[in-house]
Structure formats: structure tokens, C-alpha cells
Design a protein around this ligand. Sequence first.
Ligand code: SAM
Length: 398
Amino acid sequence: MSPVGATARWIAAARALETESETPLFVDPYARALAGEDGFALLDSMRRSMGPTAAGVGPDLYLSLRTKYLDDGLMAAVAERGISQVVILAAGMDTRAFRLSWPRDVVVYELDRDDVFDAKEAVLSQRGAEAPCARHVIRIDLAQEDWVARLLATGFDRTRPAAFLTEGLLMYLRPQDADRVVDAVTSIAADGSWIGMDVVNREMIESPFTAAYMKRLAELGAPWLFSMPDPEVYFARRAWLATVVSPGDPGANFGRWTFPTIPRSVPNLPRSYFIVATKGRVAELPGPTSTATAEHYAWGEGCDGWHLVRHDSLSVIQEEMPAGTTESRHRHARARQFFYVLSGTLTIEAEGAAHTLTAGSGLEVPPAIAHTAANHGSGPVRFLLVSQPPAQGDREPA
Ligand code: SAM
């Protein structure tokens, strides 16, 4: 098996360990056999490359979260969009066709190289595995051959939305090949199609923190070559609306990631991302929002806030402070903020200077400036607070 093909066995070994754990996030009954001894040896060797303390015997946290996140995303996309075509690029030892509960009409296309399918099909038939859906195996090199033509010739209908998965693939491709794969998916993805994947940023490949791991991958003949600095932008340019999370973020920790994640606004750190994206921007544009529908929180003495926009990169909050209330004085290390008054009177003290704002006026507060907002008026004050990046978790008393 090619060195990159062999990495599929490593991932299967990780799935076997998760399956055999006490409270598994998913169950892959074929994973142990598909991994074989080679898969477990590779898993162990990759763990050892991260240092003696990283080597362990339990499931691999990252790979377990990745599989579960993409399982859930894929099943939701199929159910919610009525998708009946699922294309798994670089399927490796992926057994989703067998282990997920598909609607009756789903067709799964699995693409990978010959050597991987030689090993995989032998194990599956030995075990009498039967997929509850139609399954087509397409033996092809995604970087060298016209896989789109083969997919179409096998029955894929480009006029209907489909779900695509490229899990654990793009990092192994040369950048031009990775772009070509995504562009080819884009060319056959009807509006409403869905894609799920994981990618890494440049620092993951180049940082001294990850050097030993990268060296081991290169020694194995499977170096990581492709990174994506800004997945939202990468996909937006190709008419996909992407949701990007880091493993451990809300929705991507499944109760397993017990330490805080570092916000994306902190630069120069190695990162991996889980991405799900939908083709066609308009269909996925958020609907209107208001204080009636937005997430509410209470703060201070009787003050209210509503998250009108809540993303990793931008926060827009509507706040309401009753008469006579004052927030505690603080500063933000990174967030730049803009207060804009909708009604009432807001007094902002910033580095000793007091500013009185009435409806239709606002004040920008740059990072590192100590400030406090107060309502010295006789009625409530309502205002918008725009922060970039979001100020949550970036606040120190001043
Ligand atoms: N997606 C599977 C999973 O998550 O278990 C397999 C991931 S494995 C890390 C990488 C897979 O990419 C291997 O199965 C390998 O054969 C496949 N792959 C890498 N380059 C490829 C190429 N040019 N054409 C086809 N498959 C490729």
C-alpha cells in the first residue's frame, strides 16, 4: 500500500479504539480488522513522535471528535436537504456506507486508490459486510485522473444536490492538487450541496511545536503539504458558505474536550479546523434577527444583552441598562469596540475622559483603553455594542 494509503489504516485503528471505549461516540465494527496490525503500529508511531507523554493506549481525541462531527453533519445534511448522493473522496477505511442509518434511496460513492480498496474490500467481504445503501467503489487517483468523469459515468447526477466528504485528505495533497479537488467538487455540486472536511493552517505544518510530528509524517512518505489560512474566505470564493469550528469548540467537543480552546483571533498558533459548507450563498444567509429571537443574557444589576451577531470574528450585541447602573471598569486586550446609542443617554468614561452619547451617536473604544459605560439618565438606555474580535474572554479589570 502507498504511504499515504497506509494512513487510512492508522485512522481505522483510532476508530477501533473509540469503538471499544466505554462510552463510544460512534461504533465502527469493521475498524479493527481494517486497521490491521499496521494501522495500530502507525497510530503508536505517530503518538510517539509527539513525545513520551503523548503516547497512550486510549482513543485519539482529535480523530474521535472529527469522525463524530462529520458523522453528525453528514447525517443532518442528508436528512434536512433530502440529499440522496453521498461522495466520499479519499474514503480510505471509512465504513460510513455500512455503519450509518441511511434513508432508503441513498447512494454512496467511495473514491480512493486501487491499493486501498484492494485491502478494504477483502476485509469487508471476509466479514460479510453489507451496506444498507447502494455503494459504488471508484478506484482512482484524485490528483492524477479525471475523477469527475468517472463519478458521472457511475451515475452521479450533477443536477441534484449531493453531500461530499474529504476527511483527512487535503493536507496530503500538493496545494495545486488540493485546489483542483475542491474546484472539481464545486463544478459538480448543485446549489444546496453540502461538504464536510478537516483542514490545517500553515502553522500546523511549519511551527516548531509540530515539527516532530511533521518530520515523522515526512519519514513515512506522507508529508502534509496543503494548508488553508482562512477557510471561510477560501470557500466563499468558490460560492460555498462555510461554518468553521476548532475541535473542542461548542458543538465539536462532545463532552470530551475538557480544556478551553484558544480563540482564532490569537495568531501564529498551529490549528486544525472542522468545516461544513453549503453550496450557494443565498440559501444559507441568516434570517432577520431581533431581541425577540436573539440569545439573551442578563448582566450587572438588572442589565440585559442580546447576541444579534455571534461569530468567532464579530460580535454585535444590543444592550439595555436601567437608570443608575454602571458596568465595572475594564479593558480588552484585542477587541476593538463601537458603542452606538439607540435610545436614552449613555455615558462612557475612557481613560479619564467622559463622553455623553444620545440616540444616533456612538463612540469607538480601541483595544487596551480602560473604560466604563454608565447610565446617569432617568430612563433606560439601549445601545448596540459591536466588537471585533468578540470581547468574550478578553476582558481584564482596569
Ligand atoms: N478519509 C479516510 C478517513 O478519514 O478515514 C481516509 C483518510 S487517510 C488519512 C488519507 C486517504 O487519502 C488515504 O486513504 C489515501 O489513499 C487517500 N489519498 C491521498 N491522496 C490521494 C489521491 N491522490 N487519490 C486518491 N486517494 C488519495
